[in-house]
Ligand binder design. Structure first.
Ligand code: NAD
Length: 518
């Protein structure tokens, strides 16, 4: 793909979303205003400054919250299936704009075009899920211990849901939260990553159109832009009963403490250090495909990226050789060119962290099996393209214990049985995704048992990355414990109320307590 063609193409894409060179980054529905500092969006694809965005000041934030509060009063009165209808219309709009939005995701964030489209598809999928959910926000009924009494529980809308998202899934994470929060009757304020503000503007424009067409209040969907300082407006704000924050463990620890100090709720989706266990009964071809996609897809910048491969000593050399051969086939370059497998890292800071991690693993005694390195020259002018690397190392190396958000795969051996491999796998602070490659039923079941993987996600014969929206998504330990997306993750967006109704003429007390006054 020639550069000229690509630049024209992206300019057209920006026009579709009415994104100019200078933009306001604060919005309630279709009303745009901002008075904060200016940030720029740099594409890691070609190093171009795509556009600038004026961020949200504290005064702007006040307007946003007040508008959201007003909108909540109206939105919660709409029956849930009617709210689902709005989400259904949004899914239709997303279907229509899937290609341009996917392209913008790819260009602004640097993931492959296929993954950019996939991210928008994930938004459509969660909206479809939420539409069905809008008729299933059910509670339980239970038998009362008192005669003539009825007990049940119900779920009510909560208020404003704050959403802080990371750069690597610039649009999908927002939709996982909003699609559910909206059908639950909540309104949302979104602070996207300061590294990907344009895709957020595009999303806000799409939902604003739907709200306007249905004559619904502006504050149902709000956007605030800026770095951590803008995020802090929400962590400190008692008017935000639930703050959903996706990002690094470092960020999660700060957000969790601040929100807890005001007794608010937080939903945390933080870093992972995901491993695949490869047992002697594994299908090697499937293992290699799963491990390579997991390690290099999105240039190693998925929370579920495969970072550790724990291989039984009997098949270690076979797996090692197959991986090294597969890495030689990888094409690294412009992610908008569908012939390439690996695009750039998000920015030069990420490249520095990647290089430092490779130095560190060697200094700790590791051996580089696939060297890695920063790419230079034609096509790599942004300075963000790196070669995926494989390092042999031990699980207890400091660098292996950390999540380096880059395509570095650590290969390690285990001896003994699958419980030895599980012990290594669990011996990190993170607990997001995990997998085992085996055709042995006993090994698979042990991995999935209470004595098995301690992660929020545990897969058999597929890799660690790429989750469907139908299941609840999230991780344990320092990954934060939050659950988003499918299953019953919706419950966190609502407040639960237990109701007891007495339809007799007596007033018996629970636990048989006597209190006779009349
Ligand atoms: P990051 O922690 O640097 O930033 C994430 C978001 O938090 C940004 O919007 C940022 O502005 C905001 N933020 C940072 N400090 C804050 C503070 N003190 N108060 C309020 N907001 C603050 O993360 P990143 O580099 O954008 O994303 C990569 C990280 O996100 C990785 O660790 C990855 O594993 C994680 N991630 C996790 C999931 C998941 O579902 N578990 C999904 C995607 C990304």
């Amino acid at each position: 793909m020639s550069e000229v063609l690509q630049a024209t193409d992206i300019a057209k894409t920006l026009e579709i979303f009415e994104i100019g060179k200078e933009n306001k980054g604060t919005s309630t529905g279709s009303y745009w205003f901002s008075s904060g500092e200016i940030i720029s969006s740099w594409s890691p694809v070609d190093g171009e400054c795509i556009a600038s965005v004026q961020t949200t000041s504290e005064a702007d934030y006040e307007v946003v919250v007040k508008t959201a509060q007003e909108a909540f009063k109206e939105w919660r009165m709409l029956p849930a299936p009617k709210r689902g209808e709005i989400v259904r219309q949004f899914a239709e709009v997303l279907r229509h704009y899937k290609k341009p939005l996917g392209k913008l995701v790819s260009y602004e964030m640097g993931k492959s075009l296929q993954e950019g489209y996939g991210e928008v598809q994930e938004m459509i999928d969660i909206c479809d899920f939420a539409v069905g959910l809008s008729r299933q926000l059910h509670g339980l009924t239970m038998h009362s211990e008192r005669p003539g009494h009825r007990m049940y529980e119900q779920y009510h809308p909560m208020g404003i849901v704050g959403i802080i998202s990371a750069f690597n899934f610039p649009v999908a994470v927002w939709s996982w939260n909003t699609a559910l929060a909206w059908v639950c009757g909540d309104v949302c304020i979104w602070k996207p990553s300061e590294k990907t503000p344009l895709t957020a503007l595009a999303c806000q424009k799409l939902i604003a159109g739907v709200l306007e067409k249905n004559e619904l209040p502006d504050g149902i969907s709000c956007l605030i832009n800026g770095d951590y300082k803008v995020g802090e407006f929400m962590t400190e704000d008692k008017r935000i009963p639930l703050l959903s924050a996706t990002g690094s463990i470092r960020m999660g620890k700060i957000v969790a403490q601040r929100v807890a100090s005001r007794l608010g709720k937080s939903l945390l989706e933080l870093g992972g250090n995901n491993a695949i266990i490869v047992t002697p009964d594994a299908d090697i071809k499937m293992t290699v495909i799963g491990a390579v996609f997991g390690a290099v897809g999105t240039c190693g910048q998925r929370c579920t990226s495969t970072r550790r491969l724990i291989v039984h000593e009997d098949i270690y050399d076979t797996v090692k050789d197959a991986l090294v051969t597969a890495y030689k086939q990888l094409r690294i370059g412009n992610p908008l060119d569908e012939n390439n497998h690996v695009g750039p890292l998000i920015d030069k800071q990420a490249v520095e962290k990647y290089s430092a991690a490779l130095e560190k693993v060697v200094s700790e005694g590791g051996k580089l099996l696939v060297q890695g390195g920063v790419l230079e020259g034609a096509g790599y002018e942004s300075g963000c393209y790196v070669k995926p690397a494989i390092a042999e190392g031990n699980n207890d190396y400091e660098i292996v214990q950390e999540e380096t958000f880059a395509p570095i795969l650590y290969l390690m051996k285990y001896a003994g049985d699958v419980s030895d491999a599980i012990e290594i796998q669990n011996d990190v602070v993170q607990g997001l995704s995990s997998a085992i490659m085996t055709n042995n039923l006993r090994e698979a079941e042990q991995f999935l048992s209470y004595a098995g993987s301690d992660c929020g996600i545990a897969n058999v014969n597929i890799g660690t990355s790429g989750a469907e929206i139908g299941g609840a998504f999230g991780g344990e330990k320092e990954t934060g414990g939050g659950r988003e997306s499918g299953s019953d993750a919706w419950k966190v967006y609502m407040r639960r109320q237990t109701n007891t109704i007495n339809y007799t003429t007596e007033l018996p007390l629970a636990q048989g307590i006597k209190f006779d006054i009349l």
